[in-house]
Design a protein around this ligand. Sequence first.
Ligand code: SAH
Length: 349
Amino acid sequence: MAGTPLEEIIKAEIAASGPMTVHRYMELCLGHPEHGYYMTRDPFGAAGDFTTAPEVSQMFGEMLGAWVAAVWDSMDRPYFRLIELGPGRGTLMADVLRVLGHAGAAPQVWLVETSPRLREEQAQRVPSANWADRLQDVPDGPQIIVANEFFDALPAHQYLIDANGARQAVIGLGPDGTLSRGLSGHRPAAVDQPVGWQERSPATDAVAQEIAARLSKSAGALLAIDYGYTSADRPDGPTLQAVRANRKVAITDQPGASDLTTLVDFDNLTARLTPLASHLTGQGAFLAAMGIGHRAAALASAVPESANAVADALERLTSPNQMGTLFKVLGAVPEGLPTPPGFAGDAHA
Ligand code: SAH
């Protein structure tokens, strides 16, 4: 198969400057202004490359809407900004706003999105939105921030740590001139790095720190959903993966035409959100606590022909075999505030 235009650009950069870090590779594949994955296409849905929770069913966004409404109510109903990071097609925000309308909330909506192509999609579903390239560009004040499958799409460095130090995963050219993954030479590892594979996303850390700073100044909350792990279920190997047409492919396959993601390290995210109090649970448990079972029953009885589709969507969003436990929900609020809805148990700092 012929290489993508971006593959030629990447090969030229490697030929000129040597192997590039996996971080640089992800940055180009996802964000190259002309050929980056998100810049050129709408990857969501059955005909696309992957399906995200808001595209599975309106119930997902409705449960998030109920969460936003409850948190806003607990803030004594201020005028507020509702901010979404990486809003995809805008489906989630449209579903959330419908619920908020019923609850009497009319926030100013901000979508943080770098892709012009996806901004067009979002404008169709959320005509009232404002857009920003970065969270820093959204005005401060009372705010609730939501993000679904945003952090997994940010470029990450990969390191393999052993007794001799850290080697960085790089993309170079194999003997036959194709892209291939390799490792740099050893460098001293940072003191806190355990042996094994590590993935670190500077952009994730920066966004989390920005959220912590904003919510330390103004009332508000964060709800972030993503596939990822904690120390309790941390995978052994590197988690970077490529997906095209709903199938896993090699990370060097068709650069710019395949989605690249890493699993989110929720322990790291929680640490970067300090001093906020973070609460973490599985997507299945969260949606159940927010009442998705009742919503599914109501939808199925309102439109009996849809009962099977509703049951399938419920299963897909909540079952431990599907999105129920690999996907995790992180709720963060300023320290000292009560646990937000949907999270049983105590805050972990
Ligand atoms: N939340 C959506 C889409 C998830 S895909 C859903 O659940 O369907 C990731 C989204 O983040 C896309 O909208 C992509 O264009 C956007 N994105 C990726 N990198 C970004 C960045 N650095 N800043 C802002 N948005 C980004």
